[in-house]
Design a protein around this ligand. Structure first.
Ligand code: SF4
Ligand code: SF4
Length: 356
């Protein structure tokens, strides 16, 4: 039976239990089922930003297709029953949902570790509602107000800084910055690491690659590759991250992952066995944005036992297409590479906001 404890926020499974249970679900996936243990839910088609790197916000007219509160609860029940223990919320922008607090509370009560990727612009106003959120990954693409221009929304940078302060004061949410690097902000890599250090939070970097040509299902949902990094710039990106890491800035990427990118090593991707991506209207899609399965007409179990999922898993293992440091890091963790696990023990300090 799941242990429960009474807190000022309500009655929930204790943190140690949820983290241990999530770790066990990963082990179970690794050793037995080879099925995802993290539900990655794009919670809405809506967004209040207009980032130059993204075209997702053009889908706002589709917000009427977003699942309602009860339907999200049902999705969480189904995911839990299918063995998932992590709930990763993203969008669009999850914080524009009026029921976001209720959903986070429900997920925590159920026993999920709760993680959100947010643009942070309304985090200050929603800090109370987010008191049960375990991790907030906040997108910031520049170390000063120029961020407003990249993100297409005046005032964003200041709002995000106030939001980070508010959420850390209100509850126990751990915060990390996420910076997407393109030709618009390449020069911000080091200043962003300095900003993270000043704030006492971790930072992770993504990049947009010029030549990346997957994800062509719809022009409206795929990133803007015109501002992507050329292969030479991408190499410089990884080299810079490795240097920044080595001088002690709070990067959440492990040194092993960065070094392997710099050296151009091949690797085995386990991403499909770790995360299942679900659209705001409950369809499963894969890492290149191709739709795979309609969960309104079936179940996770049916999808995971079917040929589409099995083929996806097999193809991923030799794919090597991905430039995302996080995906490679997750795969190394899933593989239980000793140096990755050792590195993660250090990165945990950053994630848990205990930076010295
Ligand atoms: S990157 Fe995120 S915050 Fe920016 S427009 Fe796209 S969905 Fe919105
Ligand atoms: S390496 Fe390939 S299969 Fe794995 S996440 Fe990246 S694009 Fe998908």
């Amino acid at each position: 039976m799941m242990p429960l404890q009474e807190t000022t926020q309500g009655i929930y499974p204790p943190d140690w239990f949820r983290y241990l249970d999530t770790f066990s679900s990963m082990l179970k996936s690794r050793l037995l089922t080879h099925r995802p243990f993290f539900l990655a839910h794009a919670m809405t088609y809506g967004c209040n930003s207009r980032c130059q790197s993204c075209t997702y916000w053009k889908n706002i007219s589709r917000m009427k297709e977003d699942l309602n509160t009860e339907e999200v609860f049902q999705l969480l029940d189904e995911a839990y029953d299918a063995g998932m223990r992590g709930y990763y919320m993203f969008g669009g922008e999850p914080l524009i949902r009026r029921d976001i607090g209720k959903i986070v509370d429900y997920a925590k009560e159920k026993g999920f570790v709760t993680v959100m990727n947010t643009n942070g612009s309304v985090m200050e106003q929603k800090a109370q509602e987010l008191r049960n959120l375990d991790f907030a990954f906040v997108s910031v693409d520049y170390h000063n107000e120029y961020d407003d221009i990249i993100r297409g929304r005046a005032g964003t940078f200041r709002e995000v800084m106030r939001g980070i302060e508010a959420i850390r004061k209100t509850g126990d949410t751990k915060v990390a910055l996420v910076t997407t690097v393109s030709t618009l902000n390449f020069e911000t890599i080091i200043p962003m690491a300095q900003l993270a250090q000043q704030l006492g939070v971790g930072i992770s970097y993504n990049s947009i690659e010029q030549s990346l040509d997957f994800g062509l299902t719809s022009e409206e949902t795929t990133p803007n590759f015109d501002i992507g990094l050329s292969p030479e710039k991408l190499q410089e990106f990884y080299e810079t991250l490795l240097k920044v890491k080595r001088v002690g800035y709070p990067l959440m990427e492990t040194e092993l992952v960065l070094r392997h990118f710099v050296e151009g090593r091949r690797w085995k991707c386990h991403f499909p066995k770790m995360f299942v991506y679900v659209t705001p209207d409950k369809k499963i899609y894969n890492c290149d944005y191709a739709y795979h399965y309609d969960l309104k007409k079936g179940t996770f179990d049916e999808y995971f036992s079917g040929p589409t999922f099995q083929d996806y898993v097999k193809e991923a293992e030799s794919c090597n297409k991905c430039i995302r440091t996080c995906v490679r890091g997750y795969s190394y963790t899933y593989n239980m590479f000793p140096r990755q696990i050792y590195g993660l023990a250090g990165e945990g300090r950053q994630l848990f906001n205990h930076i010295q």
